[in-house]
Design a protein around this ligand. Structure first.
Ligand SMILES: [Zn+2]
Length: 414
């Protein structure tokens, strides 16, 4: 397993705490001696750091390893109730709000329907009030609440914590979401785009299964990617790394909101796949599947189309597969560029069509000679499941506080 190494310089104690906590979290149960080996820290440094983590209630001693002749070793585990965070996933049709503990387990959740996202201030107000009620009901110890994370559709202005004209949020210009949520809830706030937040959630919760490098493909209203390379989340210069929807594919007649005709996004969104079904298979097939084809029924139509694909309706499978092939081609380019041996699929649009997407992506990413001879690429489903956006959002806060090196990359305001 790849572990981040620590440093024995006394001035970076905070960093070492994060390194040690990360090692305890990802191994599950570990002794101080093993921690020293995993992190490259001296036994003395590990002892000091562990003492601080014990005092802070973030880890606990959990029995002893069997003796191998010498002194018995006390084992350390994460104390899940030691801290918690709120995660908010903002999507055009709903806000999903979760409270998670330090281990990333959901201890409370709410879904708030946003039929018309409308005024940002109104959305923030409604989400903040629902969050307050959820925290009360979950009986969370407020002293252990670290903050609130938001996963929002990009693009973002990473330096100011604003979203900038997100597609599917009509009328939203530059909206300073991080500041607005900080003011409405009084909590420290972290903001990232939904796909990157989902990747951070996978990294936080997936433990050893998500150590190292992976490309996370997020399928929601649009398509996006989160990139984890050698245990580090990539953000890029402006905080918008992973705009997978703008990967160039074979051009067609659909214009991306960025103006290009060859962006992946407009060919693989739920709305696009529904449109393909009408174009390629006609009204009869649409009626059989139960599609209305009206612009405001995309959510229900998409549900019906996924249901049809799941029971192997030939026309539904055909249009999903066409989209899956395009996603696969773009994923092949990204996997080659990044040298990742794992692609993770997630997002709420994926339910029911995951086998088709996975098959096409797996086939595409393994078509390169590097994949065939040096590093085959596995394609896996998210370990979190459908709430990966919201859990990812909460993980922004956990990560912001307790992941090594994170503070250098993102801003936790408040
Ligand atoms: Zn584009």
């Amino acid at each position: 397993m790849t572990m981040l190494s620590g440093t024995n310089l006394p001035r970076v104690g905070g960093y070492n705490q994060a390194v040690v906590l990360d090692a305890i979290r990802t191994t599950g149960q570990v002794s101080r001696v093993e921690l020293a080996a995993l992190t490259g820290l001296t036994n003395q440094t590990v002892s000091n750091v562990v003492r601080k983590l014990l005092d802070a209630g973030l880890v606990a001693e959990s029995g002893q390893a069997p003796s191998s002749g010498g002194k018995r070793r006390t084992l350390l585990t994460l104390r899940a109730e030691g801290a918690c965070a709120v995660g908010v996933h903002l999507d055009p049709d709903a806000a999903v709000i979760v409270v998670v503990d330090l281990a990333g387990q959901v201890i409370g959740s709410r879904r708030l329907r946003l039929t018309d996202p409308g005024d940002p201030a109104d959305v923030v107000d409604r989400v903040a009030r629902t969050t307050g009620r959820l925290l009360d009901r979950s009986a969370v110890d407020r002293a252990r609440l670290l903050g609130l994370g938001i996963a929002a559709p990009g693009p973002l202005d990473g330096t100011t914590g604003a979203v900038v004209s997100p597609p599917n949020f009509p009328g939203w210009g530059r909206v300073p979401l991080a500041d607005m949520f900080a003011e409405a809830t009084g909590l420290p706030v972290a903001l990232d785009n939904d796909a990157t937040a989902a990747a951070i959630g996978e990294r936080w919760i997936g433990g050893a299964d998500r150590a190292g490098s992976f490309l996370f493909l997020y399928l929601g209203t649009g398509v996006g990617a989160g990139i984890v390379l050698n245990n580090t989340v990539l953000h890029g210069d402006s905080g918008n790394a992973g705009e997978f929807g703008h990967m160039a594919v074979e051009p067609g007649d659909r214009v991306c909101h960025c103006g290009a005709l060859d962006c992946l996004g407009p060919y693989v969104s739920p709305a696009a796949i529904i449109d393909d079904l009408f174009r390629l298979h006609g009204r009869v097939a649409a009626d059989r599947i139960g599609l209305t084809g009206t612009p405001d029924a995309v959510h229900d139509d998409w549900k019906a189309l996924r249901r049809a694909a799941r029971v192997a309706d030939a026309d539904a499978c055909d249009v999903v597969r066409r989209a899956a092939r395009r996603i696969g081609e773009a994923a092949r380019g990204a996997a080659s560029l990044l040298d990742v041996s794992r692609v993770v699929l997630g997002g709420e649009a994926l339910r029911g069509i995951e086998p088709i997407i996975r098959e096409e992506v797996e086939s595409a990413v393994n078509r390169t000679s590097v994949a065939r001879t040096i590093r085959p690429v596995t394609v896996e489903q998210s370990v979190i499941g459908e709430t990966v956006g919201a859990v990812g959002a909460a993980s922004l806060v956990l990560h912001g506080n307790y992941a090594p090196g994170w503070r250098m990359l993102t801003d936790v305001t408040g």
